[in-house]
Write a protein that binds this ligand. Structure first.
Ligand code: C5P
Length: 390
């Protein structure tokens, strides 16, 4: 995975900088080409000559003394992956706010390559609200974080803040470069639909959209072009093209314009909607209204009916056993069905975890343990890629 890949190693100023020499070594052993960029503070902890000797080229340490006209953009374009290890609180803050005031920070701002950061700092700094905010910002921008872990820190302190080990960073880097869905379009529906009763009120459900958004993120991380049709106000996953909708009809209309290779229907779509939404807000003084409902369009069925070669994944949120979902998997013409019992603890609507069972069209089931929704999404995308021979 790393063989022949061009990796920029960014080193910022913490005592863990000495470990970056080992990291450079491990990356070279894995077959990567490695170039190094250092902050001024990093050079207080480890010499540029150490990296020059290991990698065969001089690290970029200063934007103005380098012979190249624009050394940071040259390095940024060369990179297929940037790893920042250690990533100090200051380097993280610079990236979060787009401040490019040293060679590493400028390279980070100039690159379009995926960026992995391995934070290292004292526990107090890691837990400071400013660092928490900055980490959220850089994650929302699609940058990937490994660690920090608990362990011994500088000065003999113990706590969370220890940088990931070189071997852990190398393994993580491999997963970031693993892009089996490159060149494919993935459609994901997410969230619960809202069906208008009147201009103010709606019939809805408890779906948060977390599972669908996690799937969109997992597909984008694997190189897919992602079209996410969602009712949720959760932030757009990095790299996904987001269409915000409310009702089943709006969701259908958005989906009709998309021509995917893979379609994952994680949305909880209302089965029925008010046949007629009131023009004006219903008033208590008019007494309780009689609701007349009509069926909504089946969005998944409309995509299956296109007859195109689309790999279709359905979701079945049920409140009972798996039997109904198995029957649905057979009936709906999906390639895979994901079943979850939404009444089980740690599963279903609003939680960050999910316990799902994968159902094949022939009824074969594979029960997964309770996992984070991000992990369910990752595993699901790996299986889909695998089925497509990727
Ligand atoms: O509602 P039901 O459990 O039958 O949903 C099964 C699958 O069909 C889900 O993946 C859901 O997103 C999808 N669906 C849909 N349009 C509907 C109803 C369900 O796309 N109107």
């Amino acid at each position: 995975m790393l063989s022949g890949r061009r990796v920029v190693l960014g080193v910022s100023g913490g005592v863990a900088a000495y470990k970056s020499a080992y990291l450079a070594r491990r990356l070279l052993e894995a077959g990567a080409e490695v170039r190094v960029v250092m902050t001024p503070a990093a050079q207080r902890f480890i010499g540029a000559q150490t990296f020059a000797s290991l990698t065969g080229s001089h690290p970029l340490t200063d934007l103005f003394e380098d012979p190249s006209v624009s050394p940071h953009t040259e390095l940024a374009r060369w990179a297929e992956l940037v790893i920042v290890a250690p990533a100090t609180a200051a380097t993280i803050a610079r990236l979060a706010h787009g401040i490019a005031d040293n060679a590493l920070a400028a390279t980070l701002l100039a690159t379009r390559a995926p960026v992995v950061l391995a934070p290292a700092m004292h526990t107090e700094m890691w837990e400071h609200p400013a660092t928490r905010r900055n980490i959220s910002l850089i994650e929302a921008d699609g940058h990937r974080i490994i660690g920090p872990f608990s362990g011994e820190l500088a000065g003999g302190d113990v706590g969370i803040g220890r940088v990931a080990e070189p071997e852990e960073i190398v393994e993580f880097a491999k997963t970031v470069l693993h892009r089996p869905l490159e060149g494919l379009t993935v459609l994901v529906t997410a969230g619960g639909t809202r069906e208008a009763l009147d201009p103010v009120r709606y019939l809805g459900n408890r779906s948060s959209g977390k599972m669908g958004h996690a799937i969109a993120a997992a597909a984008a991380q694997r190189g897919a072009h992602v079209e996410l049709v969602t009712t949720s106000s959760l932030p757009a996953p990095p790299g996904a093209n987001v269409h915000r909708v409310e009702s089943a009809q709006e969701m259908l209309e958005a989906v009709e314009k998309i021509h995917p290779d893979i379609a994952v229907f994680a949305a909880a779509v209302a089965d029925f909607r008010p046949a007629q939404a009131a023009q004006d807000k219903l008033s208590r003084s008019d007494g309780p209204p009689t609701l007349v409902l009509e069926p909504t369009p089946d969005i998944l069925a409309s995509v299956v009916a296109r007859g195109d070669d689309i790999f279709v994944v359905g979701f079945a949120a049920e409140t009972g056993g798996v039997e109904r979902a198995i029957e649905k998997a057979k009936r709906k013409g999906v390639d895979l069905m994901v079943y979850n019992d939404v009444t089980a603890p740690g599963s279903g609507f609003g939680t960050d975890t999910n316990q799902v069972t994968l159902i094949e069209p022939d009824g074969t089931v594979d029960r997964w343990p309770q996992l984070s929704k991000a992990e369910v999404a990752s595993r699901l995308m790996e299986i889909v890629a695998n089925r497509l021979g990727r």
